[in-house]
Write a protein that binds this ligand. Structure first.
Ligand SMILES: Cc1cc2nc3c(=O)[nH]c(=O)nc-3n(C[C@H](O)[C@H](O)[C@H](O)COP(=O)(O)OP(=O)(O)OC[C@H]3O[C@@H](n4cnc5c(N)ncnc54)[C@H](O)[C@@H]3O)c2cc1C
Length: 295
């Protein structure tokens, strides 16, 4: 079926790590990235930010006008900084203090794919994530730009640099060539894959394999309700999006089954979905008791 497993997008993370001295824990790292950020840096910090260098890069103007418009909107966040003191994946606790920092691209342009490797479902699929591999080179350019920004803020800022004992994971030098090589080796998924079974309008016969009622085209009684259906990659962590997809899917499945003029009694999560959705479905009335009636 066209489209299945195509259009894969994921948030990409560029990891950094430094050995630090003990005084480092008192430094408000989040404020370096964003003065409005939470100053509590004792354990961890997550900073969502907007870095406008992307919009100045020549490859930005190769994107579709719709994509340029979306990325240019003033409130659209495109960068996340995860900063964690004294932690390293898989190793705990470290013998010396460490700063782990992950810089995450939230608006990837690269697309990968997922495909079956055999007809036996036990066999692992082939996943080509193609991180930083978009044809216009925008993801790579953005990652190089914010790698420089991270290095400047951590290694070349007077308040921070004296506390850095030694770099443990960073490019060999600050040259574009070494940063590109380091990105090729170290860029990682943030485990947010989406879009491999994209949703499209009812009459769309292209590679949009799911219709607005979450039904897989050309199949009876088969639905998909997970982040595979999002047409556009969300620039936030996707668990909340997955929950919304579940809520919308259940609401639409229920709506398709309801008959006009009849009263229905719903329980548990179904009730929550229908009740929470009443503002967007003016023809549906949900009472506090869980009773709904199709007007
Ligand atoms: C390591 C990791 C870290 C992540 N961190 C975050 C984060 O910090 N924030 C965030 O927002 N998102 C995070 N995500 C992404 C987020 O977890 C997913 O986007 C989200 O869980 C997708 O929801 P889902 O309901 O589609 O799938 P899932 O949460 O995977 O749920 C699918 C469920 O179906 C069950 N299942 C599978 N097959 C069958 C079967 N045959 N019969 C019955 N049950 C079955 C599974 O056991 C599972 O419980 C992370 C993902 C990973 C892998």
């Amino acid at each position: 079926m066209p489209g299945v497993g195509q259009n894969l997008q994921d948030h990409y993370m560029v990891p950094f790590q430094w050995e630090t001295d003990k005084g480092f824990a008192d430094i408000p790292i989040p404020a370096l990235f964003n003065p409005r950020a939470n100053q509590d840096f004792l354990n961890a910090a997550v900073i969502f930010d907007r870095d406008t260098t992307m919009m100045k890069h020549t490859s930005f103007f190769n994107l579709s006008s719709q994509e340029q418009h979306w990325l240019s909107r003033a409130n659209e966040l495109n960068l996340e900084i995860l900063a964690v003191n004294n932690w390293h994946p898989g190793v705990s606790p470290p013998a010396t203090p460490k700063l782990f920092l992950g810089a995450v691209g939230l608006v990837p342009q690269s697309e990968g794919s997922v495909s079956l490797t055999s007809s036996d479902w036990h066999d692992a699929p082939s996943i080509q994530s193609n991180l930083l591999g978009d044809e216009h080179g925008l993801d790579l350019a953005f990652a190089i730009s914010y790698t420089c920004r991270v290095l400047n803020l951590i290694e070349y800022t007077d308040a921070v640099s004296p506390h850095i004992v030694s770099p443990e994971l960073r490019p060999k030098s600050d040259s574009e060539e070494d940063i590109t090589a380091s990105l090729g080796e170290n860029v990682a998924t943030l485990w947010h894959p989406a879009r491999t079974t994209r949703m499209g309008p009812l009459d769309d016969e292209s590679d949009r394999m799911v219709d607005p009622f979450f039904r897989v085209r050309r199949f009876e009684n088969l639905r998909i309700a997970d982040p595979g259906v999002v047409p556009v990659m969300p620039n936030c962590h996707p668990a909340s999006v997955a929950l919304l997809i579940g809520a919308w899917a259940s609401e639409r499945i229920i709506t398709l089954k309801l008959e006009k003029g009849k009263q229905y009694y719903l329980q548990g999560s179904s009730f929550l979905c229908v009740h929470g959705f009443q503002d967007r479905s003016p023809n549906m009335v949900a009472g506090m008791t869980g009773q709904i009636e199709l007007a």
